[in-house]
Design a protein around this ligand. Structure first.
Ligand SMILES: *Cc1c(COP(=O)(O)O)cnc(C)c1O
Length: 424
């Protein structure tokens, strides 16, 4: 199996090359060249999650990874539960937040970390990444204690929630966190400047481990299979996905392309509605990003969207029938948190937003699944403010909340960051 650069299809690489380089020529995204359906869907659905997932991934990565290596990567990465919880008649919550960072990004980040540790064995590697919150925690926890890999996470000082900061800035060891005295864009710019510095890239073995890495995408395909496996046999669900960079939706479409029974998909956005407007008008017209309650989705240039289009164009998926997209604003999101709470389900704002888009759209007789991407306690302030009551922290969060933040503070100055990176 080859992976092609969708901006420059003449560039073809193996899976390990795609994972290690991250981005292709001209900043192009890698994507499987062919998507052959699996011929044993029913047998796969009868397996358990950790046994089934290597079989799906092997089909996608081909011979570039030995089966026993792939199996070991999956076992180490997917070492936490996921469940499908019925919420009301025909509506189910797929809870993807029971991993170490309490967000679904653990699936992708942990699988990528295991792959990189294997592909880069023997080479010095430094993961340098910028985060506005959730990604930093998933990446830091995924690489924590991995031999031969150092991690440096940049984040905007004072702009992540105190709990988010405690999750990834208290680890120590091979994880260094840097609070930049500026915003997230400044952090991303510093990462870009570092990757443009050839001496730094060589000396440190820099890798960005960012959200467009194809390993993260493939890992996410696996939980769509698990959702269908947990539903009554023969069910063809409608999935609703809270979407920012559109990686999660892409993974669902990939699962469908492999033959998973999926009736259709809903990509739910917040008021950063570039994609819903594009579907309506046919015009790609991004506007400045606005801040919302669902901050992990405050993105107006979704960087995985070219992969969605690729699936329509090169792989012939009937996107018009298969994918719709709706924008849900903050008021509707708060209403959704309240409505779910009233039927006994506590959802974080991102998950509640996906439920809202599903509930307004499900037809008679259809079964719906909305993806729950973060633990409600991670967004404690919003939930408490919306429901007017106290939210109890899970033990993991209660414990990290006591720990000391170990971050280094720095102005948004590349020379200062460079010296810091080289000094270790
Ligand atoms: C990252 C994130 C999303 C958006 O996922 P994409 O794959 O970028 O569309 C949704 N919810 C939460 C909680 C997230 O952290």
């Amino acid at each position: 199996m080859n992976f092609i650069n969708i901006s420059h299809p003449e560039q073809k690489v193996t899976f390990p090359q795609a994972v290690v380089t991250g981005l292709g020529k001209g900043q192009g995204l890698f994507f499987p060249e062919r998507l052959a359906p699996l011929n044993n869907i029913q047998a796969l659905l009868e397996m358990d999650f950790v046994s089934r997932s290597p079989a799906i991934l092997q089909h996608l990565v081909g011979e570039a990874m030995e089966p026993d290596v792939l199996q070991a990567c999956v076992e180490k990465a997917f070492n936490f539960p996921l469940m499908l919880e019925p919420v009301s008649e025909g509506v189910n919550a797929l809870e993807l937040f029971h991993g170490p960072s309490l967000a679904f990004k653990d699936f992708g980040a942990r699988f990528m970390a295991q792959c990189l540790a294997d592909f880069n064995a023997g080479h010095k590697t430094t993961i340098l990444t910028a985060t506005s919150g959730d990604t930093g925690a998933a990446v830091a926890l995924a690489f924590y204690g991995q031999p031969g890999i150092d991690v440096v996470v940049l984040y905007p000082k004072g702009k992540v929630t105190p709990l988010q900061e405690k999750l990834f800035c208290t680890l120590g060891g091979n994880i260094r966190t840097v609070a930049i005295e500026d915003d997230f864009d400044a952090c991303q710019k510093l990462v870009k400047q570092s990757f443009d510095d050839h001496y730094l890239v060589e000396a440190l073995g820099l890798n960005s481990a960012n959200s467009i890495n194809v390993a993260r995408l493939l890992a996410q395909v696996c939980y769509y299979f698990e959702a269908v496996a947990q539903l009554p046999e023969g069910t063809m669900p409608v999935f609703s996905v809270p979407s920012g960079n559109f990686g999660n939706v892409t993974a669902g479409l990939l699962a469908h392309a492999l033959g998973l029974p999926v009736k259709r998909m809903i990509a739910a956005t917040n008021s950063n509605d570039t994609v819903p407007r594009f579907f309506k008008s046919g015009h790609w017209d991004p506007r400045p990003t606005v801040t919302t309650l669902t901050n992990a989705m405050d993105i107006s240039l979704p960087n995985n969207f070219p992969r969605v289009l690729e699936m329509g164009q090169r792989h012939g998926l009937p996107l018009q029938q298969l994918l719709t997209s709706f924008a849900i604003d903050d008021e509707e999101t708060r209403d959704a948190v309240r409505a779910l709470d009233a039927i006994g389900y506590l959802a974080d704002p991102h998950s509640a937003l996906a439920w809202r888009a599903l509930a307004g759209n499900l037809e008679e007789g259809e079964t719906g699944v909305f993806l729950c991407t973060a633990h409600p306690a991670k967004f404690k302030e919003t939930i408490e403010d919306t429901l007017k009551r106290h939210v109890v922290l899970p033990v993991e969060l209660e414990q990290v909340a006591q720990k000391k933040v170990l971050s280094t503070y720095m102005p948004a100055d590349f020379a200062v960051l460079r010296a810091f990176l080289l000094e270790a």
